[in-house]
Design a protein around this ligand. Structure first.
Ligand code: SN0
Length: 318
């Protein structure tokens, strides 16, 4: 695997999920694979799970791991080509990325969308520049439009928890929030679920439909109660509007998943990528109750990252 930026970089999704589940049983079985190899994790935005799980995944494979919060610890970075750098930016991505590529065998990069200009965010310019300029395999730690390590962990979790012999109904349910939030987790989740053996239903308020390139084929309902009927998994996530790009259009009253909402489902397991705003996105009672999978889901981030890094170290094209 040369890059991991979307589900399209994976030839056989089910095989990757199985590989991660094997690693969960024996996390230290490949200790020599990463010997004398360096993983660099570059963050332009905050992180808890992605940072710690990917760092640990590298260490489980015997890698050396370096982490840098580039937004705070690096020189102010210029990403536009051809500009005269006589302002506040100090270093161009052309040099910065090329230099990091000298020190690292694999690089992970996190860079959220700015949520100002749709075309700019959806062009994935920064991620593409990292791929081009570092010259080493790149793992997306959440880019402007996707969060593939999260989606792989989500799929691992669903595979582990789904009842045998039944195609699970999985509902991606929009949740309220107070500020503009990226589409990445929802986009990716939709994209990955369509490569899995599940029935995907997406529910969100009007004017919150995700980009069609990600929802293709999935049922989109604006009536949440109807969507929740017989759900086996409810994946809770806020995102800002795609149509009115980056805008918050409603306070989303009535969209939070509560025990009352869960009563409409098939005793659904509840998922969220975290961080979650309690009492706003998801109720305390559900998060603290028996249906919540959020901690196990976060645990699986480790095996998702480890499966991806293992394949990159093996330089296996599958
Ligand atoms: C990010 C997102 O893309 O939704 C990261 C999730 C893994 N989440 C947030 O930005 C939450 C910020 C907040 O204030 O709740």
């Amino acid at each position: 695997m040369k890059q991991f930026t979307s589900v399209k970089d994976v030839q056989d999704v089910a095989a990757l999920v199985n590989e991660a589940l094997e690693l969960k049983k024996a996390p230290y079985a490949n200790k020599t694979l990463g010997q004398d190899k360096t993983l660099g994790l570059i963050f332009m935005n905050p992180s808890l799970r992605t940072r710690l799980s990917t760092q640990k995944a590298g260490m489980n494979l015997g890698m050396n791991v370096m982490v840098m919060n580039l937004d705070k610890e690096g020189w102010a970075l210029e990403t536009q080509d051809g500009v005269i750098m006589d302002g506040s930016t100090v270093e161009h991505i052309r040099e910065a990325a090329a230099v990091m590529g000298q020190y690292c065998d694999i690089i992970g990069i996190r860079s959220f969308p700015k949520l100002q200009d749709r075309e700019e965010d959806y062009s994935e310019d920064l991620l593409k520049k990292f791929i081009e300029l570092t010259g080493v395999p790149i793992v997306s730690l959440e880019s402007a439009t996707r969060h593939p390590l999260q989606s792989l962990a989500d799929l691992i979790t669903i595979k582990e928890q789904a009842a045998a012999g039944k195609k699970p109904k999985v509902v991606l349910s929009w949740a309220p929030h107070i500020k503009p939030i990226p589409h990445c987790v929802a986009n990716s989740f939709a994209e990955w679920m369509q490569q899995a053996d599940v029935e995907l239903v997406i529910t969100n308020p009007e004017d919150y439909d995700l980009a069609e390139e990600f929802t293709q084929g999935a049922q989109v309902l604006h009536n949440q109660d109807e969507a929740l009927k017989n759900a086996d998994f409810v994946y809770v996530k806020n995102w800002s509007s795609y149509e009115q790009y980056g805008k918050v259009l409603t306070d989303g009253q009535g969209w939070m998943i509560t025990n009352e909402k869960l009563a409409l489902t098939n005793n659904a397991k509840v998922m969220h990528c975290l961080p979650v705003r309690r009492g706003l996105e998801l109720s305390h009672e559900v998060l603290d109750g028996p249906n919540s999978l959020v901690i196990e889901q976060a645990n699986n981030r480790l095996y998702a990252a480890q499966a991806v890094l293992k394949r990159m170290l093996e330089a296996v094209d599958r």
